[in-house]
Ligand binder design. Sequence first.
Ligand SMILES: [Zn+2]
Length: 319
Amino acid sequence: MSFSRILGQDTAVDVLRRALRTGKLAHAYLFEGIEGCGKKTTALALVAAAFCGDGEGCGHCPSCRKMPSCQHPDLHLVGPDGAFIKIDQIRDLQRELVLRPVEAPMKACIIDEADRLNPAAANALLKTLEEPPGNALIILLTSRLAGILPTVRSRCQLLRFGQLPERIIEDELLRRGTAPAAARMAASLAGGSLGRALELGEQSDTAVRGELLKRLATLSLGNITPLFEAAEELSANRETAVETLDELTSLLRDVMLIQGGGTDVVNRDLLPLLEQEAGRTTLEQSGERIARIMEARQALGRNANPRLTLDVLLMRLAW
Ligand SMILES: [Zn+2]
């Protein structure tokens, strides 16, 4: 929860750092930028720094430790309740902001998706922006500047957040443990939003399962080197190996289902590949393969040598 952790938003972060250093924080900020580009993370870092009083936030005092979970009694978060932010939510916020801070030197609030303030709520908020209670710090976030009343906008200092470069997104996904191929794909499809990339990173699991099925189809006893390479790769991590075997079982169940004339497959996103595999093997063979995978999975659970178990399994799956 510090400025140093914010990715690719140097301009906005520089402005805020300077304001903190010189004691010239604005009462109200409006952060504008696409979803998932770091607006909220930056807002939390700003509040953390303002509350801590130790430079940009020390990260370990009681105040700083409450920030990551947003549990600080002087920080108030507001967001849409249903489709809109309603006037009651703004009134509740106003009641909080006029109270004395409990622990921090000031009260602070972050209003997420501020373009969804309904007209009554926006007008109520306007009063607070015109006469901020005490030295409260108010931060509005939006991905749709056109949805903010001009009167609200003119009372806030506007900071624009740019789209994140692909390279930065890819590196962050890798740091969080996404596989390299999936990280590259998600970064290229995310349109500059780390949030979107993280969602895609999860979805690109389709790609991972597809790859698994293709590999299964190309396992061949006539070409043993790739087979042993696959076993070596898979055996590096017992946990991943077990997960992979579970995925394979689920895929082969679908193949069996298609071979038996069914259509209600689980891995619907991979239907063409499943049908291909179903045409290449028989129902009996699919059953046999599932049985072999289950055996290997049990062996891994009993602490069998992973490399040996997987060498044997892949040979049995190939032909
Ligand atoms: Zn601190």
